[in-house]
Structure formats: C-alpha cells, structure tokens
Design a binder for this molecule. Structure first.
Ligand SMILES: O=P(O)(O)OC[C@H]1O[C@H](OP(=O)(O)OP(=O)(O)O)[C@H](O)[C@@H]1O
Ligand SMILES: O=c1cc[nH]c(=O)[nH]1
Ligand SMILES: [Mg+2]
Length: 209
C-alpha cells in the first residue's frame, strides 16, 4: 500500500492558509501555489539517490555528492497542475515535463482524458504527477494509469489538498504510488468539491469560471 505523507512544514502550512482564503486574488493565488509546490518538491526529493564524485576545489580534491543519473519527469494534470510546475522547476531545473489533460465531468464526476504527451524514456525516470486537488481521486488515478500505460514504473503523486476518499481511491488503484499532500481535508460536498478545500483550483489559477 502506498504511503500518504502530509507535508507539515510551517512554511507550507502558512502559505496554504492564504491559498485557501477566498479573498486571495488570482495573482497572489498563483504565486502561493508555485511557492508551496517548490517547498513540497524540496521535501519529496529528500530520498533521491546520491553518488560520490571527485571534485577539484581551489584547495584540494574533495569527495562530494551529486544526484544519481536518472532525471525526473514532472507530469502536471491539465489544467490546474500547471500551476505547480514552475515552482518545482525552480529547484529541479533539469526535470522533463510531460502533460496529461483531464477534466472532471461536472455531472458524473468521471475523468475525461483529452491529451497525453510524455518525455522519452519515461520508464527510466522518477515520475511525479502533480495536481493541486485530489477530490474523488478519479483524475489522479486516471493520470497515473496514463503514465503507467506509457511505461512509467516509479510514480509519486503530489497534491496540495486531498479528500480522504480520493486518497483511498488512489491507494486502491495504484498501491505502489506514494502520495504527498499539504493537507487531508474533511470530506467532499455534493458537487464533489473538497470541504473546506480551496474552491476550484483551475478557475482560481487562471481566472476562469
Ligand atoms: O479527484 P477528482 O474528483 O477527479 O477531482 C480533481 C480534479 O478536478 C480538478 O480539475 P478540473 O476537472 O476542474 O479541470 P481543470 O484543472 O481544467 O480546471 C483538479 O485539478 C483535479 O484534476
Ligand atoms: O475542491 C475541488 C475539487 C475538484 N477540483 C477542484 O478544483 N477543487
Ligand atoms: Mg477546474
């Protein structure tokens, strides 16, 4: 069973408060989502394997460490996942970026896939699927299925806010995938929105409705 990690660093929790606040406007919302994504990426990449290399400093030869070979692939779920990409790339500028396009049908709440483009050799990469919201879990589960169908074997899921039912859905569908979130909220409402949540992440990021 995949683990669920709630990233409770004070900076993440502090910024999440202002992301949730309905009076936060588009520009500030965008900035905060990118900042939290960067902080979450810092936590998530804690276990990246290191190898030793020899480095010539101005003074001597030092045995130092660099991240081992494999590069990361970030896979934002369109649209809202795009709001987290630049923040993560601030820390990991060499990561490749794939895209999975999904929207949740407002009536059935079922995910509808409309796009998928991944970097080459996805089977050799650590893949991080990113989406601010894990509500019913249908979109995240479908996005993970999409990357696995194209060869990915090492997948993590990173979301800002999750509902318990969404966490369960992903754990059932993809028991090999660890889930990283800033908060697990109480429940979903009748329209499938996370309560208390932060509203519609895509609409708040892009100023649509
Ligand atoms: O867990 P689920 O119940 O599937 O819901 C979560 C999905 O809903 C939102 O996307 P949305 O469908 O609003 O598309 P958008 O990003 O284009 O706004 C969100 O960004 C997730 O992808
Ligand atoms: O609360 C929710 C649920 C799904 N999608 C969102 O953007 N917000
Ligand atoms: Mg949306």
């Amino acid at each position: 069973m995949g683990q669920v990690y709630v990233l409770d660093h004070p900076l993440i929790q502090h910024k999440l408060t202002f992301i949730r606040d309905k009076s936060t406007g588009t520009k500030e919302f965008r900035n905060l989502v990118q900042e939290v994504a960067m902080l979450m990426a810092y936590e998530i990449t804690r276990d990246l394997p290191l190898i030793e290399v020899q480095t010539e400093t101005p003074v001597a030869t030092a045995t130092t460490k660099v991240i081992e070979g494999k590069t990361l692939a970030l896979v934002p779920v369109l649209r809202a996942g795009l709001g987290m990409v630049d923040g993560i790339l601030t820390l990991i500028p060499n990561a490749k970026v794939g895209h999975v396009g999904l929207y949740r049908d407002p009536e059935t709440l079922q995910p509808v896939e409309y796009y998928c483009k991944l970097p080459p050799h996805v089977e050799e990469r650590d893949v991080i699927v990113v989406d601010p919201m894990l509500a019913t879990g249908g979109s995240a589960a479908a996005a993970i299925t999409a990357v696995k169908e194209r060869g990915a074997t090492a997948v993590k899921l990173m979301c800002l806010v999750a509902a318990p039912i969404g966490v369960e859905k992903v754990q059932e569908a993809h028991p090999d995938v660890d889930i990283y979130v800033a908060a697990v909220d109480e429940k979903l409402n009748d329209h499938g929105y996370i309560v208390p949540g932060l509203g519609d992440a895509g609409d708040r990021l892009f100023g649509t409705r």
